[in-house]
Write a protein that binds this ligand. Structure first.
Ligand code: KG4
Ligand code: ZN
Length: 341
């Protein structure tokens, strides 16, 4: 139980610091974003080819106070307008998460506001509610840097995991293939850009088609790595754009294939997509094709696909409305959380 469950208008100030974005958002009634501030560290980590956890934590510490102040200014609000504080407690980099969790605790304590702990994964799914009228039940394809799964959303706070990756996540595969092709971090957008200049000439492997709903990206990743190495060993130039296009086509085909089977198995034709890979234009085009085949298709606006705090505010609202308990000020961060937990 919480005291806000039945409040008419609910303003949540949300904080996200699970990876390399320090973010704060102010969200009204879970669907309207009044402020959305993101301090990205991408340029800092790029020179290392990926996120360095220690450096991420230190930069969160430097950015967080200003990010929160800027969000309040953007919304033209003071602490008195805020009904609740929400924060991502996991999954993510422990040291990075701790910066957000401790700052949010401090705000909740000093401002005497109710405090709620939000799962980053559920936040990605809730990004679909922003500026949208989407309501459960629906199927959500989750494809981020850390997770790839099909989730049946029976109700806002009642989720069922129908299948997930047996190995790498889709975003992770994009990042690793990008690295092999010498592209900067994060790899997804870079592969997408390069793929536009190439042709999907190479026949990348897809997992065996079974009735089981699962993903697997390690075979595809290994195939692409070997393909690149073979060109290099022969002393031939690597046709990078064609490799990127071939990989992207296979990666997206797998996502859509498993989702299509989930639609057939459940009979649920209302679908959404979540996580960083949902920004991918080819995946979105495939979703549009599903719409033409009679599916009711939803996806987050591009700015809410990758990490942000607005999605955390959107999920916090649903948590509060469902009557969830406030988090204790002893709340700990957690590097992993269960997908539907
Ligand atoms: O959801 P997210 O921001 O962070 C996690 O929670 O993991 O996802 C980041 C992942 C990265 O692997 C990144 O390469 C991928 O999403 N990504 C993309 C695109 N934009 C981001 N993958 C494919 N196409 C994109 N346009
Ligand atoms: Zn994320």
């Amino acid at each position: 139980m919480n005291n806000l469950q039945n409040k008419e208008n609910l303003i949540v100030l949300a904080i996200e610091s699970s990876c390399d974005e320090t973010a704060c958002a102010i969200v009204k009634n879970g669907r309207e974003v009044l402020a959305n501030v993101i301090a990205t560290q991408i340029e800092i980590h790029r020179r290392f080819g990926g996120v360095v956890p220690e450096i991420a934590s230190r930069n969160h510490t430097l950015a967080i106070e200003n990010v929160v102040k800027e969000a309040l200014a953007q919304a033209d609000m003071t602490k008195d307008d805020v009904d609740a504080i929400a924060v991502t407690y996991g999954a993510g980099l422990l040291g990075a998460l701790l910066v957000g969790v401790n700052f949010a605790k401090g705000l909740a304590y000093a401002w005497r506001k109710p405090f709620f702990a939000v799962s980053h994964i559920r936040g990605h799914i809730a990004a679909n509610y922003i500026d949208s009228d989407l309501e459960p039940p629906y199927l959500c394809l989750l494809a981020s840097g850390g997770h790839t799964a099909i989730v049946k959303v029976d109700d806002y706070e009642k989720l069922e995991l129908l299948g997930q990756s047996k190995d790498d996540a889709a975003g992770e595969a994009f990042d690793k293939v990008a690295r092999v092709l010498g592209l900067p971090y994060p790899g997804g957008p870079e592969i997408e850009k390069l793929a536009k200049e190439g042709e999907a000439k190479f026949d990348c492997p897809l997992p065996h088609h079974t009735s089981e709903l699962y993903f697997s990206y390690s075979g595809l990743k290994t195939y692409v790595i070997n393909l690149v190495h073979n060109f290099e060993q022969r002393g031939e130039p690597v046709p990078k754009a064609d490799v990127a296009a071939s990989f992207q086509k296979a990666a997206v085909a797998q996502l859509v294939d498993v989702l299509t089977r989930a639609i057939e198995q459940t009979g649920i034709k209302k679908i959404a997509v979540a996580g960083g890979v949902s920004a991918n234009a080819l995946l979105r085009a495939e979703f549009d094709r599903l719409a033409k085949k009679g599916c009711d298709v939803h996806y987050p606006k591009l700015k809410y696909c990758t990490d942000n705090a607005a999605m955390i505010g959107a999920e916090a609202y649903q948590l509060i409305r469902s009557g969830a308990n406030e988090a204790e000020l002893s709340l700990d961060a957690s590097a992993t959380v269960s997908i539907v937990g």
